[in-house]
Write a protein that binds this ligand. Structure first.
Ligand SMILES: [Zn+2]
Length: 318
């Protein structure tokens, strides 16, 4: 995915339809991923009735309406889609730049609680290389957000997109876990995409009475009781919890609008903190610049990508 090897933008080779159930509403949920022109970025579109006009919302921190239990996308007229983070993680993790996410029903299907079903569907559809150079959001100086015991920071890092995620849960089956990697498509698919969301039995009643997690089950959530994991098949990775937090961070940072050239470090973070860090980044125009790899002829070698700074391109970002 990210990394200066990727010189050109990409989109899906064909439309992808995803049908399942929403984890929070528990109702049938459908989203479609549509191929998009260069420089579209990731855009959410509400399916219009009778072919009428559709609401379009570009992925950005300003499009985040709620982060209590999932990342909810919307605008001044209200929410249009909940639980976008695992789908966004798959899109970013596979290095897809341009896609329209058409929403019909208000929630992205939860499937097995990981990004693997989205990865599989996108890989099956295929990813096309486009003619425009890929653009990256390059971090120039540290951006840091602290909230209680949670901390998230974006730091300069030239070798791609690196994540360093730490969690510390007061539960014997989780405790302190740390995951760090410079992401490539392979690393994402192998190490993060299969990590499932998790929840504590002790929180379930609270969530249900608030109208959340109505569709949660052992098929889509790792359920942690006081002394054991309730899922009969156990964990997919011994540190599946921190890997899922890393997956969530990859998805939430997609709201920066472009793939990031930088390092994201978080401690005890979640969707809310991730969104706050992206908002803080967008608010500080001196903390980032947009670069695109440029092909450079080196005698006797293949083309090597280098970085060139290009002017900021969108009024909504500055
Ligand atoms: Zn998640």
């Amino acid at each position: 995915m990210v990394g200066m090897k990727a010189v050109f933008q990409t989109t899906l080779a064909q439309r992808v339809d995803l049908m399942g159930r929403g984890v929070h509403g528990g109702a049938p949920a459908r989203v479609s991923l549509l191929p998009a022109e260069t420089n579209t970025g990731i855009v959410f579109a509400q399916a219009g009735s009778n072919g009428g006009p559709r609401r379009m919302i570009a992925a950005s921190s300003k499009a985040v309406r709620n982060t209590d239990f999932a990342t909810v996308i919307g605008d001044g007229k209200g929410a249009i889609c909940s639980t976008v983070e695992h789908l966004l993680a798959a899109i970013m993790g596979l290095g897809v730049d341009n896609v329209i996410i058409e929403v019909d029903g208000g929630e992205v299907p939860i499937f097995d609680g990981s990004a693997a079903p989205f990865v599989e569907a996108i890989n099956k559809a295929g990813i096309d290389t486009q003619s425009a150079p890929r653009r990256y959001l390059k971090i120039l100086k540290p951006i840091r957000v602290e909230a209680g015991r949670a901390m998230g920071e974006l730091l300069p890092y030239d070798a791609g997109f690196r994540i360093e995620i730490e969690i510390d849960f007061p539960h014997a089956l989780i405790g302190r876990q740390r995951y760090a990697a410079t992401l490539t498509r392979n690393v994402f698919e192998r190490e993060l995409s299969r990590a499932r969301t998790f929840g504590f039995m002790s929180d379930v009643a609270k969530l249900w009475s608030a109208g959340y997690a109505l569709g949660a089950s052992l098929d889509n959530t790792i359920c942690i009781a006081e002394d054991r994991i309730l899922n009969p098949a156990g964990l997919r990775y011994t540190d599946e919890f921190v890997r899922h937090k890393a997956l969530d961070a990859v998805g939430d940072l997609a709201l920066a609008g472009l793939p990031i050239l930088g390092r994201y470090h978080s401690v005890c973070g979640g969707h809310k903190l991730n969104a706050q860090v992206v908002a803080a980044l967008e608010a500080d125009r001196s903390a980032w610049t947009v670069v695109e790899p440029k092909r450079r002829k080196v005698r006797g070698h293949a083309d090597l990508p280098t970085q060139v700074a290009i002017p900021a391109y969108g009024a909504d970002r500055s």
